[in-house]
Design a protein around this ligand. Structure first.
Ligand code: NDP
Length: 677
């Protein structure tokens, strides 16, 4: 094959590999297949990101960024075959490549969709609830997120050249920050091909993302307070990079995802003939062999009840024996190579360290390989170890052999199992296979604080469960301690890393103007026409009508009780109502108040208000006795485009009594048609 000369994409231009480029070898044959690393002007790259890319992204609303992300994902998914092809050189089977490529593209789709459904069509994200800071409501507090005004630097690991880039890039771009991506050199040719498609797609403005193939030079020394670093790789490199003096001096945030001794526990309730036993074995074998065990979430420690250890070893070994190893381009090969010769060396060294405390019960030094010319490839056999004394052992709990290597250990009781799980000193994921919810509760209470994700599976969920090793875009990925202390993804949680949270204080009008929503106490504008007759586009925030009064009579309440069947004593039994600490006598139904309020504010004719889709945040704050009169105000609080030909309008509804005091409040949701185009 022709040598791949990898380029970088810096300050809007492609830069060729230079004289000092690093060599890249095929994982399958060991042959030299490419070179990466040119001479880059890091100052210009940062200027370009900070001065061109990030401002362009900040000018886009969350919905515009989400639409661009979706367009990018569509563009990539139409071209992914090229990425599968290249992944063969990294030793990846088609299944392995799909985890990386489809997993990455799917992450973009999921994040784009979640952003459109949950974030405003605005550049400011309001966070949490309004805080009332003064008795009369004239001084309020809130929190907002706005994009950090620098550049995000992403340093990625070799094992996920596509997913690793996209799972960091999606949240960054949604958050309104541009990124400089630095893939690991060993598999950077796959990242570069994907990146080239990203640039061609034109989905994002100039400067939104740049690529470094090769070294990062003095890039970290040039970062400033509004920049950000996200790292995935080894604990040693993370420690070296995060202790960079400039990063510490400028308080540049650094999140890391690094080594992790992930565990899987077999519940004490599971017998050898239970469906959970087969499930446990299947999950272990899949995690050991998918991507040849080069997943940061793979199962490294297998924790089983004492009386089940032999059965687990036997069943896992039997399945591993069926794993055909070799060139992933050859039909029938189930497990490919490690990413490079240096990874193979590293895995064998780490396996030897584990072997000093545990006996190898499956695996060989010279596995049978399928394919031609693979003698120099980075292949290893799956290796299963048994550690007879996990309490005394140290290495098995701290040595991550980043390949198809896992160690079985026994527990006496559930507390012991939890103790062993937590000996990993912080992991990305731990799984528990049990059919007993109380076992799940005990393990979660004892172990959750040490693990980023807990995956529980049994006969009821196994058909639809997503797998121990799969990080999901909507759930957090990261873990405490040894796993790096970072957190990525988690739906919109990951987006917030790339934004600054700021507390804002001010009058209702100030807060309303900043967050783009009506808040109680802010100036309302009297609607000239009934707002239900207006389209989504024509409604303005703060536009309001008031309606009423309507007197509530005893007959109304009794009629309502009979009609609906709601004869609750507070409405129908004077003596019992009086005995309640909340009432001085019979009161109107809350639901009657809501129905009357709708009767007061609704405009009945067909028009642009298409449907009432719900109400939220309902509170009944004061009882209404017979003879009192209620009024209602209806105010446009927030408008949320849906991407369809109608948008969601949120209305602040306040029902007040004859004294002007609020008796009920809620947010009404409607769908309103857009202007005809
Ligand atoms: P490294 O920590 O060596 O590399 C990770 C990334 O950091 C790569 O992009 C690498 O680039 C880059 N890097 C290395 N040195 C520097 C530097 N001085 N300045 C800037 N960037 C740098 O990890 P590997 O990818 O080589 O993997 C080694 C081990 O890490 C694995 O065997 C495994 O144990 C662990 N690992 C853990 C993962 C996890 O999430 N749990 C994921 C991946 C790896 P380059 O390739 O160009 O050197």
């Amino acid at each position: 094959m022709t040598m791949m000369e990898l380029r970088s994409f810096a300050a809007g231009k492609w830069v060729d590999a230079g004289d000092s480029a690093r060599d890249i070898h095929s994982a399958v044959t060991g042959a030299l297949i490419g070179r990466a690393g040119g001479s880059l002007d890091f100052a210009a790259m940062l200027d370009h990101g900070r001065g061109t890319g990030s401002p362009a992204l900040r000018a886009m609303t969350f919905h515009q960024r989400a639409a661009a992300l979706k367009a990018l994902a569509l563009y990539l998914s139409e071209r992914k075959d090229r990425l599968y092809e290249l992944s063969l050189h990294a030793g990846s089977t088609r299944g392995d490549a799909m985890i990386d490529v489809d997993g990455g593209i799917g992450t973009l789709f999921a994040l784009a969709s979640k952003a459109r459904r949950t974030l405003p069509d605005d550049v400011v994200m309001a966070d949490g609830d309004l805080e009332i800071l003064s008795r009369d409501g004239s001084f309020l507090g809130h929190h907002i997120y706005t994009p950090r005004q620098g550049v995000a630097v992403h340093i990625n690991a070799f094992n996920f050249p596509v997913w690793g880039m996209l799972e960091k890039l999606g949240p960054t771009l949604l958050g309104g920050m541009s990124a400089i991506v630095k893939p690991a050199t060993a598999t950077a040719y796959i990242t570069e091909a994907c990146f080239q498609m990203m640039v061609e797609s034109g989905a994002f403005p100039e400067g939104s993302f740049q690529l470094i193939t090769g070294g990062t030079g003095d890039l970290l020394d040039r970062l400033g307070p509004s920049d950000f670093v996200s790292f995935t790789g080894s604990a040693d490199t993370a420690l070296m990079l995060r202790s960079n003096k400039n990063l510490m001096t400028k308080s540049v945030p650094f999140i890391a995802e690094q080594d992790s001794l992930n565990a899987s526990v077999l519940g004490p309730d599971v017998t050898a003939d239970a469906p959970e036993f087969d499930l446990f074995v299947k999950e272990i074998v899949r995690e050991m062999t998918a991507k040849a065990g080069q997943k940061c979430t793979a199962i490294r420690r297998i924790i089983a009840p004492q009386n089940m250890v032999d059965a687990v070893i036997e069943a896992v070994s039997a399945k591993l024996a069926k794993t055909t190893i070799g060139d992933p381009a050859v039909e029938g090969v189930r497990m490919g190579a490690l990413a490079s010769a240096s990874q193979k060396k590293d895995v064998l060294e780490k396996a030897a360290i584990i072997g000093s405390e545990a006996e190898r019960v499956f695996g060989t030094d010279a596995p049978e390989l399928h394919g031609d010319g693979v003698e120099q490839g980075a292949f290893v056999s799956p290796m299963l170890f048994h550690c007879a004394d996990p309490d005394a052992a140290v290495k098995v709990h701290e040595t991550e052999a980043f390949g198809p290597v896992s160690t079985v250990m026994a527990y006496r009781d559930l507390d012991h199992a939890v103790g062993l799980m937590n000996r990993g000193q912080g992991s990305l994921v731990a799984s528990l296979i049990t059919h007993d919810p109380q076992v799940a509760r005990t393990v979660a209470v004892g172990a959750a604080a040490w693990h980023g994700r807990l995956y529980i599976n049994d006969r009821d969920s196994m058909k639809s469960a997503t797998g121990h090793g799969s990080p999901l875009p909507l759930l957090v990925h990261g873990g405490p301690g040894r796993a790096g202390g970072g957190e990525e993804l988690g739906g919109m949680r990951g987006v917030k890393h790339y934004m600054q949270r700021t507390a804002i204080q001010g009058s209702p009008d100030m807060i309303a103007a900043i967050i783009g929503q009506y808040v109680p106490g802010a100036t309302k504008t009297e609607a000239t026409a009934h707002p239900f007759t207006k389209t989504f586009d024509d409604l303005s925030i703060g536009e309001s009508i008031t309606a009423g009064p309507r007197t509530i009579t005893q007959e109304d309440v009794e009629h309502f009780a009979e009609f609906t069947g709601d004869n609750f004593y507070a409405h129908m039994n004077e003596e019992a109502a009086k005995a309640s600490p909340f009432f001085d006598g019979r009161v109107a139904h809350g639901y009657l108040l809501l129905a009357f309020a709708a009767g007061l504010f609704v405009q009945p004719d067909p028009g642009p208000t298409l449907a009432n889709t719900g109400l939220s945040g309902l509170r009944f704050t004061k009882p209404v006795y017979f003879g009192e009169a209620i009024s209602v105000s209806l105010t446009v609080k927030e408008k949320r485009p849906t991407g369809k030909d109608y948008g969601e309008v949120l209305w602040d509804v306040a029902i007040t009594d004859s004294e002007g005091e609020q008796v009920a409040g809620y947010t009404l949701h409607t769908m309103n048609a857009l202007n005809a185009t």
